[in-house]
Ligand binder design. Structure first.
Ligand code: SF4
Ligand code: SF4
Length: 421
């Protein structure tokens, strides 16, 4: 069952204003699964633009975190200067994501930590040289990285170190072992990322790197189980929520979809939505089947109206932005929520048949306004980001069912849904 404490503590972190600033369109590794490769042309954005982004995206009324990232940020010669600048703008936390290569220079470590870099996410995709070096396509990468991870742990013990792992067909069976290996080095924060179908080598490596999550459910579960170890802080990224049954606190915040389509991808997705899905992104077609975003890009496009505008005789069960708000508006426990639904004397909207006898949903056509990217994304997150359990396959309503909003699953777990035989 999901861990409510973890869920609420992660909620605090996701309420931060987190911004990603690109300072390099270049990298000194050539990972097979790189999702940034198409944006790389061996240039650095101008200092003026970088500093403007850092200033413009700061929100004084919030806790602010800047992640200096994209490409390999540390190869920009002004990297330490941008760290210092972000601290001067008053960011609460300055973080970077790196492949380690630059951190293998003692003087470089001193410079960036003196500039007040506080958190470093290092990418490791295996726990020995052979396959890590193969996956990042760089000889000696693992040995060097490991040496410097140990160095920083020893000489800069206050720096927060976490590890990100891109999960793919080659390493998925060993995922629990990879995490356990780094736990022995006292790393207790992980970002586990599902591979996504972008980058230069997708067509070459599709068969080798992409896997069917259902075939590896046990290994994934074994990994999620490690999230329950005290002090462990595990985040997941771009996985289908269905793989987290019993571990629902690991499901990514639905609002994360905004950062997928708004930031650097704005120019791709804005015409797509504005043209009512006619001007398609380049990735449309062959990549969609292995993409975590398929529901956003495909599933609600052709839905027809099920309701007309008069909702007065219905009770709309709408999402709440955070699980803590779901608990406050509805109930703390799953059973109380079910009892609450059963006592409402109107037909319910947005609730599946296993929880209520009516079967009425809002679709995008019911709630559309301007067809802008912001509008669709907001409406998608608020109303359409619905999911069901893998167990639903045994339910007689499986094909027609339109599921329940993800935040109810995050709050009450997948066991809320009970297949009807
Ligand atoms: S689902 Fe969307 S983002 Fe993913 S490959 Fe298809 S069009 Fe691109
Ligand atoms: S398919 Fe799943 S969510 Fe839908 S009615 Fe059946 S059990 Fe409930």
């Amino acid at each position: 069952m999901q861990n409510k404490e973890n869920l609420i503590s992660k909620e605090k972190t996701t309420k931060q204003n987190r911004i990603w600033v690109r300072i390099a369109s270049a990298c000194n590794n050539t990972c097979l699964f790189c999702l940034d490769s198409e944006a790389q042309n061996w240039t650095f954005p101008s200092e003026e633009k970088i500093k403007k982004d850092i200033i413009d995206w700061f929100k004084p009324w919030m806790e602010n975190r800047v992640i200096i990232s994209w490409g390999e940020a540390s190869i920009n010669p002004k990297f330490p200067e941008y760290i210092r600048f972000a601290k001067e703008v008053w960011y609460d936390r300055v973080q970077t994501v790196t492949n380690w290569n630059m951190f293998a220079i003692e003087s470089f470590c001193k410079k960036v930590f003196d500039a007040w870099l506080e958190e470093v996410t290092f990418s490791f995709h295996w726990h020995n040289s052979t396959l890590h070096d193969y996956l990042v396509n760089t000889p000696w990468a693992f040995k060097k990285s490991l040496k410097w991870l140990i160095y920083i742990k020893k000489y800069y013990p206050n720096i927060i170190i976490n590890i990100d792992i891109v999960v793919n067909k080659i390493n998925v069976s060993y995922l629990p072992d990879i995490v356990k290996f780094f736990m022995k080095l006292w790393v207790y924060e992980y970002d586990i990322l599902q591979i996504i179908p972008f980058g230069r080598w997708f067509s070459t490596y599709k068969e080798k790197l992409f896997y069917n999550v259902e075939d590896y459910r046990e290994k994934l579960k074994e990994t999620w189980e490690l999230s329950k170890i005290p002090w462990m802080y595990m985040w997941t990224n771009r996985f289908y929520p269905e793989v987290f049954e019993w571990y629902e606190d690991l499901i990514q915040d639905p609002r994360k979809i905004k950062s997928e389509v708004m930031w650097e991808s704005y120019e791709i997705f804005e015409p797509f939505i504005k043209s009512k899905w006619i001007i398609k992104p380049d990735c449309y077609w062959d990549k969609c089947d292995v993409c975590f975003q398929k529901q956003y890009c495909h599933d609600f496009i052709n839905e027809s109206n099920v309701l007309k505008s008069d909702y007065s005789n219905y009770e709309i069960i709408s999402w709440e932005e955070f699980p803590s708000l779901v608990f406050a508006k509805y109930w703390e426990s799953m059973q109380d929520f079910i009892n609450y639904l059963s006592k409402i004397n109107k037909p319910l909207i947005n609730i599946p048949k296993c929880l209520w006898w009516t079967w009425i949903y809002q679709f995008y056509n019911d709630i559309k306004e301007n067809d802008t990217l912001e509008d669709y994304t907001y409406k998608y997150i608020k109303n359409l980001y619905r999911k069901k359990s893998l167990r639903c396959k045994t339910c007689k309503y499986n094909n027609e069912c339109k599921w329940i909003h993800l935040n109810f699953i995050r709050s009450y777990s997948f066991s809320l849904l009970q297949p009807i035989k």
